[in-house]
Design a protein around this ligand. Structure first.
Ligand code: GLN
Length: 280
């Protein structure tokens, strides 16, 4: 079997199952199996692949046809300017979340040395992207998931920022270490009864721990705001990702805890996605 026929076969199976980018996914999975990049696969369509590789490819196609996300099948996802190691324990980094990076970079443009806290660090994609951009910034990441902390440590090492990163396995309520110039968080904010209506790729495969925001979607956001109000320096900034319909409620929660709202920012689909506020 040559690469071309394997690709076509894979893509056909995915297309029948209504996967949105069947040919692209087929290329990515075949590249993974033969340990090459996508360019190689595209440019070497006449090369043959051996039986063992073909069988591994078929297994991956099967998993993808059951809607397991590509990022979990290849254990990586590109975010901001680099690639992150991900497993089923972490949320898959989203393009919309890059807004948080842009925002932090803008508001810290003239700052030399800052302490940043990431509440619910997950794969580390947010905090590590910032540390990579700003060589004098120091990061602290907390997460309740040990596996996430291990993954963010691996990513920190891969991106060579591990010397400027501290990690703690803790509940947000119990954490009481340090004072921060900037606090960032992409907490779980989906109403727990609505998770099942998300795309199957998300609902069936991404960690509930990273999605489930309780009965009103705000239970973790409340904890993040409370903790931030305690650990943030005066004039420090909180940059928070929120659900598309949470702006007004979150603004009220923030005001009650002594934050001044600087702005809300929309995502690529024009939904409110990020709130920037200052502790006064
Ligand atoms: N943005 C994610 C989604 O739409 C949710 C992430 C979160 O709860 N923090 O699936």
């Amino acid at each position: 079997m040559n690469i071309q026929s394997a690709l076509t076969m894979g893509a056909r199976i995915l297309k029948d199952k209504l996967i949105s980018n069947p040919y692209l996914d087929s290329e990515i999975l075949l590249a993974k199996v033969i340990n090459k990049n996508r360019e190689y696969v595209v440019l070497n369509s006449k090369k043959t692949i051996n039986k063992k590789d073909f069988q591994s490819f078929e297994r991956l196609i099967k998993k993808r046809s059951l809607r397991k996300p590509i990022a979990y099948l290849i254990n990586k996802k590109f975010f901001w300017k680099s690639e992150f190691y991900v497993t089923k324990d972490t949320l898959i980094p989203r393009p919309d979340t890059e807004i948080l990076i842009e925002t932090v970079l803008k508001l810290s443009r003239f700052k030399k040395k800052l302490q940043i806290l990431d509440i619910g660090i997950g794969s580390g994609c947010i905090l590590l992207s910032i540390l990579k951009e700003k060589r004098n910034f120091y990061g602290t990441g907390i997460d309740i998931s040990k596996n996430c902390l291990n993954i963010s440590r691996i990513n920190a090492i891969n991106h060579n920022v591990q010397d400027r990163l501290k990690l703690f396995k803790t509940n947000v309520d119990k954490f009481n270490y340090g004072k921060y110039d900037i606090i960032i968080s992409n907490p779980p904010y989906i109403n727990k009864f609505k998770i099942k209506y998300l795309e199957k790729d998300v609902a069936n495969f991404e960690p509930n721990l990273a999605l489930n925001g309780g009965i009103d979607g705000l239970s973790e956001i409340r904890k993040v705001i409370k903790k931030s109000s305690e650990l943030i320096k005066t004039n420090g900034k909180l940059v928070l990702e929120i659900g598309f319909d949470q702006k007004n409620k979150v603004v009220n929660l923030l005001k009650k805890k002594g934050f001044y709202i600087n702005k809300t920012i929309k995502d690529l689909a024009n939904n409110d996605r990020c709130i920037v506020c200052t502790k006064i």
